[in-house]
Ligand binder design. Structure first.
Ligand SMILES: *[C@@H]1O[C@H](CO)[C@@H](O)[C@H](O)[C@H]1NC(C)=O
Ligand SMILES: *[C@@H]1O[C@H](CO)[C@@H](O)[C@H](O)[C@H]1NC(C)=O
Ligand SMILES: *[C@@H]1O[C@H](CO)[C@@H](O)[C@H](O)[C@H]1NC(C)=O
Ligand SMILES: *[C@@H]1O[C@H](CO)[C@@H](O)[C@H](O)[C@H]1NC(C)=O
Ligand SMILES: *[C@@H]1O[C@H](CO)[C@@H](O)[C@H](O)[C@H]1NC(C)=O
Ligand SMILES: *[C@@H]1O[C@H](CO)[C@@H](O)[C@H](O)[C@H]1NC(C)=O
Ligand SMILES: *[C@@H]1O[C@H](CO)[C@@H](O)[C@H](O)[C@H]1NC(C)=O
Ligand SMILES: *[C@@H]1O[C@H](CO)[C@@H](O)[C@H](O)[C@H]1NC(C)=O
Ligand SMILES: *[C@@H]1O[C@H](CO)[C@@H](O)[C@H](O)[C@H]1NC(C)=O
Ligand SMILES: *[C@@H]1O[C@H](CO)[C@@H](O)[C@H](O)[C@H]1NC(C)=O
Ligand SMILES: *[C@@H]1O[C@H](CO)[C@@H](O)[C@H](O)[C@H]1NC(C)=O
Length: 580
């Protein structure tokens, strides 16, 4: 594609043809493109710190044969009057590859993305930010406390939403000038991420809505106060019921649930495409007495992001396990799927859909006592110690004296303390919507880390806050014009599920670009099955709140089913303030 060039690139370029990468990839070109102090309020760029160097034919990453050529730029800024320093790296495509786009990629766990090259395949400029706390080398949880009791609020707000928003504003200011275009040129701006990356995307939609034309957010780790403590909930269930199931017993319960509920959606393909029908029609008690067996294993976990043992690699040993599913095992599973309630029986949170793996419930083998014992996932444990108790320790060593009410208190403390930073559930998206933004939100229906229903609840909150006076059908139509939500049948956390060979969307950016740049509004989401009997099958996923129902082995309809939708609908009376 050939672009129409503005006067200043015509001057830069040796001939009338397009400028080369070498022409534009210079420190002086970047310096002259910096917004001057006072333009972006609160952001002072430091021209002397600019670097720029062309990178030719760099490999795109492990296993990939793609190579990229781009201008590697770093810029540094300080917040006016505050002697801090934030470094941003940008990757600018060659002028001939540039398609007037800017792309922001999400990170995961407690890390922002540190890679700026994600947009190059779309002809987009991309960026990554140090967020003022050296985020390229440290994760946010390492810096959240200055010491016991003292929160690093600068790092908290930067991680929560500010660093990405500033990176985008600065990037969009530099980009047209860098390419010699008029500074009023439209730069299509996209966000894409999953897990905390999904939360980061929602933070941009909520706080920097005017900056983005399209945001793709998967399985967002938002409603942070509830979500992080929810990781501890299965351990609390086991302690409260005083039953520590062998992991194989829980795995059997999950497998047997999948086998029993798979056909309820009309097709037997190993996938529960309708966890709502499973929830409404299947009784876990029917699994009691089924035999399980798992061979002994020694496994090494690398430990990253949301894995169970986030602090470095560990080796764990499990003896061979065989037995029959017990009533207590089923009770543990059922209580976990039911979600946290306080001692008055009031609901505090929702949970994973029935049939999701129960990974946060996994116990650990003590080879001395020869018993299965509590293993508190570090995702939740570290959150409680650092963010709630404000103690600089990496995990919760036990749950002594901890009850369901304690968990509710922890959730409430986190929700209130980080309400305007990490919680990330502002439901009024007017600035995003009214400036034309489009939001594509998706969630694996069998996500074992972040419950799929947590996304449904946010979609419902946005709908009711933005369209309080419209009829149900009218608000649905209005919302779908700019915010669409899709459940991905069988999928796990930000990926496919080894237990259910279901579809997964792989070309969301194409869908979004078409929506934003060509006005093609999607009504279904393109996803592909990557394993099992139906490997290679394309499924155009149903847009929420419609649900799939297979009428034959090769086609399904998207149906409206009130009982199913109601089974995804929650209120949280355990808290005194509204939970969006
Ligand atoms: C903008 O402000 C920063 C911080 O005070 C300063 O280092 C920089 O030189 C200023 N930029 C210009 C172009 O004066
Ligand atoms: C990059 O790859 C292209 C195509 O393979 C080649 O023509 C070019 O010479 C390479 N550039 C450098 C600097 O290696
Ligand atoms: C980009 O530039 C920065 C600053 O000079 C440098 O540290 C980094 O290694 C460069 N990245 C690549 C991929 O060349
Ligand atoms: C559950 O199913 C998976 C995949 O189908 C299998 O690998 C695993 O061994 C099963 N576990 C149990 C306990 O049946
Ligand atoms: C499931 O079955 C058990 C045992 O038959 C029964 O006690 C329980 O009430 C049933 N649960 C539901 C939700 O029907
Ligand atoms: C566990 O204990 C058994 C016997 O007490 C011993 O034979 C075995 O080596 C131990 N395994 C590990 C991994 O420590
Ligand atoms: C913070 O508190 C923990 C738990 O009481 C303690 O182990 C640790 O030494 C304290 N750290 C500092 C720096 O005071
Ligand atoms: C908990 O954290 C401490 C250090 O703070 C570490 O020594 C210990 O191994 C951790 N335990 C688990 C189960 O991760
Ligand atoms: C648990 O609670 C009991 C009674 O409230 C108290 O005596 C004990 O010290 C507590 N234990 C811990 C570890 O906090
Ligand atoms: C669906 O996505 C695949 C890539 O995963 C792509 O090849 C295909 O063309 C897309 N189909 C539609 C209908 O968009
Ligand atoms: C649909 O698939 C199931 C399971 O693979 C098979 O048993 C059944 O015969 C198929 N039905 C039709 C109509 O082909």
């Amino acid at each position: 594609m050939r672009l129409s060039w503005g006067a200043s690139v015509a001057a830069l370029a040796a001939s009338a043809s397009a400028a080369s990468l070498a022409d534009v990839c210079t420190v002086s070109n970047v310096r002259s493109a910096l917004p001057s102090n006072g333009t972006l309020l609160g952001i002072d760029l430091i021209p002397s710190a600019v670097t720029a160097a062309a990178v030719y034919n760099a490999s795109a990453g492990m296993g990939s044969t793609e190579t990229y050529t781009y201008c590697n730029v770093t810029v540094t800024y300080t917040h006016t009057g505050k002697d801090d320093s934030v470094v941003i790296k940008y990757a600018f495509p060659s002028p001939s590859d540039f398609k007037k786009r800017f792309y922001v990629a999400g990170g995961g766990g407690f890390s922002l993305s540190s890679d700026a090259t994600g947009g190059l395949e779309y002809g987009a400029v991309g960026g990554a930010t140090s967020a003022g706390y050296d985020a390229f080398d440290q994760s946010y949880d390492e810096v959240v406390l200055y010491g016991n009791g003292t929160i690093n609020w600068d790092a908290t707000y930067m991680f929560a939403y500010q660093a990405l928003g500033e990176m985008t504003k600065i990037g969009k200011a530099i980009t047209p000038k860098f390419y010699g275009m008029s500074s009023a040129s439209k730069i299509y701006t996209y966000y894409e991420g999953c897990s905390d990356g999904g939360r980061e995307g929602m933070s941009q939609v909520q706080r920097y809505g005017e900056e983005y034309d399209g945001a793709i957010t998967g399985a967002p780790a938002f409603r942070f106060g509830q979500q992080q403590v929810h990781h501890v909930f299965p351990s609390e269930v086991e302690q409260t019921l005083d039953y520590y199931p062998p992991p194989c017993e829980l795995a059997k319960i999950v497998n047997a649930t999948i086998a029993a509920c798979d056909p309820l959606d009309g097709r037997t393909d190993g996938v529960i495409s309708r966890t709502d029908l499973c929830k409404l029609n299947f009784n876990l008690s029917s699994i009691v007495g089924e035999k399980y067996y798992c061979a002994a294993e020694t496994s090494t976990s690398l430990g990253f992001g949301f894995s169970k043992r986030a602090e470095g690699s560990t080796t764990s040993y499990q003896p061979a396990q065989s037995g029959k599913v017990t009533a207590m095992g089923v009770k543990v599973a059922q209580t976990i799927y039911d979600g946290l309630h306080n001692s008055k029986g009031e609901r505090a949170y929702l949970s994973w859909q029935i049939g999701s793996e129960l990974s946060d419930a996994e116990t650990t083998w003590n080879n001395n006592t020869r018993k299965w014992e509590l293993s508190i996932p570090s995702t939740g444990g570290e959150y409680v110690t650092k963010f709630v108790q404000l103690l600089n320790i990496h995990n919760l060593s036990d749950l002594n004296n901890v009850t369901y009410d304690t968990l509710v208190d922890w959730m409430n403390t986190g929700m209130v303390r980080y309400m305007d930073s990490l919680q990330t559930t502002l439901p009024d998206l007017t600035p995003f919507q009214s400036s034309g933004g489009k939001l594509l939100h998706y969630h694996g229906e069998s996500d074992p880390s972040i419950p799929a229903a947590s996304s449904v609840h946010y979609w419902q909150a946005v709908r009711s806050v933005m369209y309080p006076h419209l009829s149900s059908q009218a608000s649905l139509e209005k919302l779908a014009d700019w915010y669409q939500f899709y459940l991905v049948p069988g999928a796990a956390h930000c990926g496919t599920n080894s237990l259910q060979p279901g579809p997964y969307p792989e070309d969301n950016m194409q869908t979004m670009i078409n929506w934003v740049e060509n006005g093609v509004k999607p009504s279904r989401l393109n996803a592909t099955v990557s394993s099992g009997t139906y490997k290679g099958e394309t499924q155009m996923l149903c847009q929420w709140p419609t649900r799939p129902h297979w009428s034959s082995n090769s086609s399904f309809e998207c149906v409206n089913d009130k009982a199913s939708i109601d089974s995804w609908t929650y209120s949280f009376p355990a808290f005194k303030i509204p939970v969006y």
